[in-house]
Design a protein around this ligand. Sequence first.
Ligand SMILES: [Zn+2]
Length: 420
Amino acid sequence: MKIKSTLLALSLCLSFAAQADNAPKNIIFMIGDGMGPTYTTAYRFYKDDPATKDIETTVFDRILVGMSRTSPAKVDGYITDSAAAATAMATGVKTYNGAIGVDEHKHPVETLFEKAKAKGKATGVAVTSQVNHATPASFLAHNEYRRNYVEIAKAYLDSDADVILGGGQKYFSKDLVNQFKSKGYRYLDNINKLDSVKSGKVLGLFANVQLPWVVNEPKAHKLSQMTQKALELLSQDKKGFVLLVEGSLIDWAGHNNDIVTAMGEMDEFARSIKVAEQFVKQHPDTLLVVTADHSTGGLTVGANGKKAWHPEVLRNVKASPDRIASKLNTVKKWQPELTSLLGFEPNKHEWNALKKARAQGESEFTDEIKRIIDIRSNTGWTTGSHTAMDVQVFAFGKGYKKFIGSQDNTDLAKKLESFL
Ligand SMILES: [Zn+2]
């Protein structure tokens, strides 16, 4: 008996020692939805200081370590959606497009978050879409279809996640919010109240569906603020934590073929990565992994047979094209205001096209504004959907070497799980 318990104590001690040596205590996993390699390239040029001779590098260049293959289960071909990709990264299992934390046969698969919880770690998500959107849902729930938003929101009650931050008030009824409260969650419907939360579980829903585009509120810095607070709350857990942060709307801007809005979302995602990087520097027992689930829009940096890209056009645009169109659609003297919002005076040919599109309706007007910006910046798009190119993997902190080189998106889950 005594020998047995000594052996047990010894083996516990050894396993603890092994973990302490090799495994990070905390994991920060960040996903730029739709953020294929051209997005990080475009972002580098977008952030380039025109006054210097060099092209300054970004946080992405600083921590790049490898690539990830993104295809879903063969049944859905080569091009993934966000749900299958997130399920692969959350569980290590390839599945069909639309699947949330379930395999090809619709059977639930244990997620990274569930495994972390079983080890006594805290978990959290901070995203710019609704919190029950495909990517976070694949870590927190199991559902056969990504658009079962209400079912997924209800499933979050059982996830025991400590921090849930993003948009999505629409999907959380008063009754559901009350159930969260009775489970000990503090509920916030305004991001300005986030500062007042100093400990404990929190459900923060800061928009009806997704958060506003970053370009329309450039000083709000919501994702980096949520990332900072999530880290502050989760790091109070003595056994460590797993946090998922998603720049969700990079993908939405990509689907819209909207380069101005995409760059705004990239900027806030980059800022959030810097917040995480700073945390890792201060807490060296932490691993930061950043990747994308797929690329969106077939973005090209350069188009139309010309060797040129003009990010200065994008830097001067003061609002998203959809916001500009909705604002100016009913205003009589819309032309001076359009010039000011675009940051350039359209030429005669462009004015004609804009007038014609504006007369047709708001969505035509939006499309024409985007088209002119694409032509002036020489930006290209090949699709309104996803593309199958490999995506980058970025890692920093304890255990980052495991992510060097080429890997499958399911390997990311397996590698992260090996640290729990
Ligand atoms: Zn996606």
